[in-house]
Write a new protein. Structure first.
Length: 505
C-alpha cells in the first residue's frame, strides 16, 4: 500500500515541510551542526591520543590545533577516519599501542601539500585521473585504482585497498571499476536530481559522502547493488555500475547510502540506545535486528518515502530534464520462509516504515536515551507528513519532578563539596550550547548540553544548596523553583556518574 498524504494539504507543500524538517533537528538533521560536533570530537580525540603516544604526540597535537579547513579533509578521508576510529576504540578499551592515525598523518604533513591547506585529502590525492563525483554540489570524488607516488603514498594506497576489500567482505575482491563517461554522467545527474527534488535533505546527505566507488560483488544474497562504508570504509558509497542506469535510480541509491552516512556521523556524538544488544523481530528478514539497526533502517525509509512523494509531484521541468520517475517501487524481496514472504505483507517501503516505527514506540521507556526519544519524535513527525497511516509520535514529557527514572543515577546527598575533576580535555561549541569533556584518566568523551555545562562550570567546591542558588541566578530562574531544582539535580547526577564531578568533604 503506498503512503497516503492527507488531501487537506497539497502534496508538494507537505513534501517541502518534510524536506525542511529532516534537516532542522540540530542533533540528527542539521549537517552543519553534525559536522561541527564531529570536528570537536576529532580535535578532542587527537588530544587524548597524544597523551598515550609520545612518538606521535607532536603531530597529533599539531593536527588537533589546525584550522577547520585543514581538518575536514583529514576527518573525512576514508583511511585516516578509519585509523582515528580504531585508535579511539583502542584507547577507550584501555589498550595501549601506537597511533595508526599518527603514522599516516605524519607522512601526509611531511609531504609537499603540508605547506598550504588543501581541500583534497590524502586518499583523494592518490587518484589518477582525478574525477569529481558531482561537480558543483560538493567535493566528493570517484575511486579508481590508486596511483601512488613515493613510499608513504604506497602505504596509504595499500591500506585503502585493504579497507575497500574488507568492506566488501572479500579479501580477494577485484579492484574498483573505473566508471565509463556515461556512468559518471548519470551519477552526476542523479545527485542533481536528488538536490532538486529535496533541496534540504537531498543536498544534505550528499555532503556526508567523500568517496564514491563502483564495484561488482556476488554473494549468497545476490549481486551488490549499493552499500555505505560505515566504520570499515568511512564516508564512502559503493555502487554497482548498473545503479546508474537512470538518474532516478542513481538518486535513490545516493539518498539511501548518504542517509546512512549522515546518521553514522550524527550518532558519533550522541547515543540513542541504552541497550545495544536488545533485538527486535523483523518479519521480512530471517532472525532479528538490534534496536540500533531498526533506527538506521527507519531513518532511511522515512527519507525514501519523502523522496518518492517528491517524485510523484515532480514538475514538468524536472520530468523533461531527468525523465519520468519509475512507476513501480524497486524494493528488495522478503527473505524466503519469513512471515512476510508467506503473507505477502511488508513489500513496500511504507509498510516497513510503519512496522519499524511501531517497534520504536513499543520499546520500554528506558531502552532509549533522551536523544533516542528525541530522534523518534523528530523522525515520526516527518513520516506523518507523507504517510497519514504512520503511527503518531509519542507525546513525551521530559520533566520527572526530580525522581529518578529507571537506570538513572541515584540522588546526590545535599552535604559535601562538588568539584570538577582534573585534568580534563575539553572542546566548547558555544553556538550549539554544548561542551565535550574527557577526564584524562578515563579516555571517554561526555557531551554536555547548555544546562549541564552551566552546572559543571559551577562545581568549584560549593555544596548542593549553594549550587542551586548560583544556577538559578545564571539561568534566570526563581531561587528555589522546581525547575531549577530539577535541572540541577538531573545535571549533578549525570556529572557525578560520568566521573566529571566528585562529591565529598
Amino acid at each position: 500500500m503506498p503512503a497516503s498524504p492527507s488531501a487537506a494539504v497539497p502534496v508538494t507543500d507537505r513534501v517541502a515541510q518534510a524536506d525542511t524538517m529532516l534537516c532542522a533537528d540540530r542533533q540528527f538533521g542539521d549537517s552543519a551542526a553534525i559536522g561541527e560536533r564531529n570536528l570537536a570530537r576529532f580535535r578532542l580525540g587527537l588530544t587524548m591520543l597524544a597523551r598515550q603516544d609520545d612518538a606521535a604526540a607532536d603531530v597529533l597535537r599539531t593536527t588537533a590545533a589546525a584550522s577547520d579547513e585543514r581538518l575536514r579533509p583529514l576527518l573525512y578521508d576514508p583511511v585516516l577516519r578509519n585509523c582515528f576510529e580504531v585508535d579511539l576504540a583502542r584507547l577507550e578499551g584501555g589498550r595501549s599501542g601506537r597511533s595508526s592515525f599518527g603514522a599516516f598523518v605524519r607522512d601526509h604533513m611531511a609531504g609537499p601539500e603540508a605547506d598550504t591547506p588543501s581541500p583534497i585529502g590524502p586518499c583523494e590525492a592518490l587518484s589518477d585521473p582525478h574525477l569529481r563525483a558531482w561537480p558543483g554540489l560538493g567535493g566528493a570524488w570517484t575511486l579508481t585504482e590508486p596511483a601512488p607516488h613515493g613510499r608513504s603514498q604506497e602505504k596509504l594506497a595499500e591500506r585503502l585497498m585493504e579497507l575497500y576489500r574488507g568492506a566488501l567482505g572479500d579479501s580477494g575482491a577485484a579492484g574498483p571499476v573505473t566508471p565509463t563517461d556515461d556512468v559518471r554522467a548519470v551519477l552526476a545527474e542523479g545527485a542533481e536530481l536528488l538536490a532538486t527534488l529535496l533541496p534540504a535533505a537531498g543536498a544534505g546527505v550528499l555532503g556526508h559522502v567523500t568517496m564514491v566507488g563502483f564495484t561488482h560483488r556476488e554473494s549468497e544474497e545476490g549481486p551488490l547493488q549499493s552499500m555505505s562504508g560505515g566504520d570499515p570504509l568511512p564516508s564512502t558509497v559503493l555502487l554497482a555500475p548498473e545503479r546508474c542506469a537512470s538518474p532516478w535510480l542513481a538518486a535513490e541509491s545516493l539518498l539511501h547510502e548518504g542517509a546512512h552516512l549522515k546518521l553514522f556521523d550524527a550518532l558519533r556524538t550522541g547515543s540513542v540506545v541504552n541497550n545495544a544488544t536488545e533485538r527486535v523481530p523483523i518479519p521480512w528478514r530471517i532472525g532479528s535486528w538490534t534496536v540500533i539497526r531498526v533506527i538506521v533502517a527507519l531513518h532511511f525509509y522515512v527519507h525514501l518515502l519523502v523522496f518518492r512523494a517528491a517524485a510523484s509531484g515532480a514538475s514538468a521541468a524536472v520530468r523533461q530534464r531527468f525523465g519520468a520517475p519509475p512507476t513501480a517501487e524497486d524494493l528488495d524481496e522478503p527473505s524466503p520462509g519469513t512471515p512476510a514472504a508467506r503473507s505477502g505483507r511488508y513489500r513496500t517501503s511504507a509498510e516497513r516504515a510503519r512496522y519499524l516505527a511501531e517497534c520504536m514506540l513499543s520499546l520500554p521507556e528506558e531502552a532509549l536515551t533522551e536523544n533516542g526519544h528525541r530522534f523518534a519524535r523528530w523522525l515520526l513527525t516527518a513520516l506523518r507528513l507523507v504517510d497519514d497511516d504512520a503511527p503518531l509520535p509519542r507525546d513525551r514529557t521530559t520533566a520527572t519532578g526530580g525522581r529518578a527514572e529507571p537506570g538513572q543515577s541515584p540522588e546526590v546527598p545535599a552535604g559535601g563539596a562538588l568539584r570538577r575533576v582534573a585534568p580534563v580535555d575539553a572542546c566548547a561549541l558555544p553556538g550549539l550550547g554544548q561542551l565535550v569533556v574527557s577526564p584524562a584518566e578515563s579516555a571517554r568523551m561526555h557531551w554536555l548540553n547548555a544546562r549541564s555545562w552551566t552546572v559543571y562550570s559551577l562545581c568549584d567546591g560549593r555544596d548542593l544548596d549553594s549550587l542551586h542558588t548560583a544556577y538559578a541566578r545564571a539561568a534566570g530562574l526563581p531561587p528555589g523553583s522546581a525547575d531549577a531544582g530539577r535541572q540541577v539535580g538531573d545535571s549533578v547526577r549525570g556529572l557525578v556518574a560520568a566521573g566529571l564531578v566528585t562529591h565529598g568533604t
